[in-house]
Design a protein around this ligand. Structure first.
Ligand code: MTE
Ligand code: CO
Length: 430
């Protein structure tokens, strides 16, 4: 329905006053845009004058979809992969369509997937979680055992350390789904890991954990005990319903704010030790080779970051000049986002964006910037600042500090070039 049809059939005072208010504030450009739309509406519009089919026939009954699915008109809102990046679907990645989402919660069916040995299909009745190593009582929990522990609910983002990694040396992938879509944000229901470790009883020299997955990759990752006792969860629900198989059903480790690789899925065992293990994920992966030949390692926290999700290459401006809504996401593995700045001219001038919705620690934040586009070329950038004063760096600042070889932990400022026709492209400003 057009704006006019809404006003005619359901006069809506607040909507009208928003529109007229907009003209008064915005001046010439908006007035022209709205005037043009009024002229179109003057011609008979069959969508208003004719009774539509969906208004005349009965729709599906309540049993048509016992598990609800999105409208058929949303069929292009899906996870997508980059074919040259992942040769086979087993050790693979796909990306969250962040350009098409709003708010802060990622719907379960759209959470990006990263697995190294395919999706394990596990009957919860057959699943066990073992805690062994430096504990007084090695324990094995069934799912039923786990359901008797106190549980908590928290919204956290999960970002793969390799998110934006392909962009380290320059702009490459044309769309924020691909440059920034290895992130999702859901409400987890889980048991504080601290409670399970207490149940087993930690020896005095316990200092590290090695959680292990039950999938074919048997993924493991060294996690310092302090983090486990602080805020890690053994989660079994996401957004209120059971974890999806691809997210680790029936249980996964939640390691708030830290790189996604540590969030072991299909969690089957936690070994307690007095020092870190140096397996593949601590050595050849998840380390960054610096210009001086040394490698950074144990870079667990995901640093402060943001991206404009619209306009963006997959979400060009199609409405012409005038009122334009810019929106995006910001997050920090250290805590809350305090401020997001937006630039329309490649970082010369900055304005403070409006953060809307819940501001939760280690969660995605949603920001908006409403402005009047005059139709000229723009270079859009966003810059996030977290509650500890960490400021999102430029890509050049990152390269100056870490050289050209890195993949992981690229939290640099992203630039989108918007051309005069509204088409938008991934570029870098040097
Ligand atoms: N856990 C197991 N058991 N197997 C895996 O392949 N992949 C890791 C992590 N946990 C992985 C795993 C990586 S690299 C990431 S980024 C996250 O899971 C991805 O979580 P998601 O698939 O829920 O997005
Ligand atoms: Co990952």
């Amino acid at each position: 329905m057009s704006d006019q049809s809404q006003n005619k059939t359901h006069p809506n005072k607040s909507r009208r006053s928003f529109l007229s208010g907009g003209v008064a504030v915005a001046g010439g450009v908006a007035a022209t845009a709205l005037g043009a739309r009024a002229a179109v509406a003057a011609a008979p519009d069959p969508l208003i004058t004719e009774i539509q089919e969906w208004n005349q026939v009965l729709g599906d009954g309540v049993d048509a979809a016992p598990y609800g699915v999105p409208s058929e008109f949303e069929a292009d809102v899906v996870r997508r992969d980059v074919p040259w990046l992942t040769a086979d679907p087993i050790s693979s990645i796909n990306f969250t369509p962040i350009h098409q989402l709003d708010g802060i919660i990622t719907p379960n069916g759209l959470c990006f997937e990263r697995h190294h040995g395919g999706v394990a299909q596990i009957d919860p009745a057959d699943h066990r979680l073992m805690i062994n190593g430096l504990v007084d009582n090695p324990l094995v929990f069934t799912m039923q055992d786990l359901m008797r522990f106190p549980r908590e609910n928290h919204v956290y983002f999960l970002e793969c350390a390799a998110n934006s990694g392909m962009e380290w040396r320059g702009s490459q992938l044309n769309g924020c789904q691909f440059t920034h879509g290895m992130v999702h944000n859901v409400m987890y229901t889980g048991i504080p890991l601290k409670l399970l470790l207490q149940e087993a009883g930690l020896k005095s020299n316990a200092a590290w954990l090695l959680p292990e997955g039950a999938d074919a990759s048997g993924m493991t990752r060294s996690v310092p005990l302090d983090k486990a006792l602080d805020d890690c969860l053994v989660a079994f629900k996401m957004n209120g319903e059971a974890l999806r198989p691809e997210q680790g059903y029936p249980i996964r480790l939640v390691v708030p704010g830290w790189e996604g690789n540590m969030w072991i899925k299909w969690l089957r065992r936690i070994e307690v030790g007095d020092q870190p293990w140096h397996h593949r994920e601590e050595t050849s992966k998840y380390t960054d080779l610096l210009a001086n030949g040394k490698a950074r390692r144990f870079t667990w926290a995901m640093d402060v970051k943001s991206v404009i999700t619209s306009p963006s290459p997959q979400m060009p401006i199609t409405h012409g000049r005038g009122h334009t809504v810019l929106t995006g996401l910001a997050w920090s593995g250290h805590g809350r986002i305090k401020r997001v700045d937006v630039s329309l001219d490649g970082g010369r001038n900055w304005q403070t964006a409006r953060i809307d919705g819940p501001s939760l620690s280690k969660s995605l934040h949603r920001f908006y910037h409403e402005f009047n586009w005059d139709g000229s070329e723009m270079y859009l950038q966003s810059r996030a600042i977290d509650e500890f004063g960490n400021v999102q760096p430029t890509k050049n600042e990152l390269r100056a500090a870490r050289g050209d070889n890195s993949i992981y932990h690229n939290n640099g400022i992203q630039t989108w070039q918007v051309r005069t026709d509204g088409e938008t492209e991934n570029v870098e400003i040097s």
